[in-house]
Design a protein around this ligand. Sequence first.
Ligand SMILES: Cc1cc2nc3c(=O)[nH]c(=O)nc-3n(C[C@H](O)[C@H](O)[C@H](O)COP(=O)(O)O)c2cc1C
Length: 185
Amino acid sequence: MKKIAVIYHSGYGHTAHFAKHVAEGASQTKLVSVDLITSDEASKKIDSLTAYDGFIWGSPTYMGNVSGPFKTFMDATSAAWMKGSWKNKWGAGFTVSGSPSGDKQSTLISMAILAAQQGMFWMPLGINNESYSGVKPEDAANRLGSSLGAMATASNEAAETAFVAGDLKTAKLFGARFAEVVASH
Ligand SMILES: Cc1cc2nc3c(=O)[nH]c(=O)nc-3n(C[C@H](O)[C@H](O)[C@H](O)COP(=O)(O)O)c2cc1C
């Protein structure tokens, strides 16, 4: 069975909550094994991450881009870049921000560039905005209309109540799609 890792940073628990839903969606397919790893932990074991077939990266959007700790992880992956050891692996990304836009597209672009630098294949979200087919916006998958990766907006409440249903649905569908893509290539 192929292996994937969901590698994320979360300062206040919101991105961690979204990451759990992504991992759940991937696990429920029973097509791959899934590990949830913080970016701090991942930064310390870049070499051992070569055992994975794909990575889903997650970061909150801080000041219009990935968070500082997630960037530390990105920089640590230069050890894999030197060896070309992540070439042809699969990658995908998600981000959580406070504002509906919040400039979070930049966060996904940074992750996609990291995948390109590593010679990896990038999986776009590939989920239609369900509000176009009549689903109430707050319940709709990909209600924010993202393409490059998964996006969510979280309120300032605790993570358990900070998300609308549509964003958590997106997380699960996104994780499942990544598992299917990795398992079939
Ligand atoms: C230092 C910092 C910078 C932030 N910058 C942005 C931003 O640029 N755009 C935005 O919409 N939200 C911004 N936020 C809000 C966070 O993206 C939001 O609270 C998110 O849910 C935090 O995720 P976390 O709990 O996983 O850290 C920022 C929060 C912090 C702490």
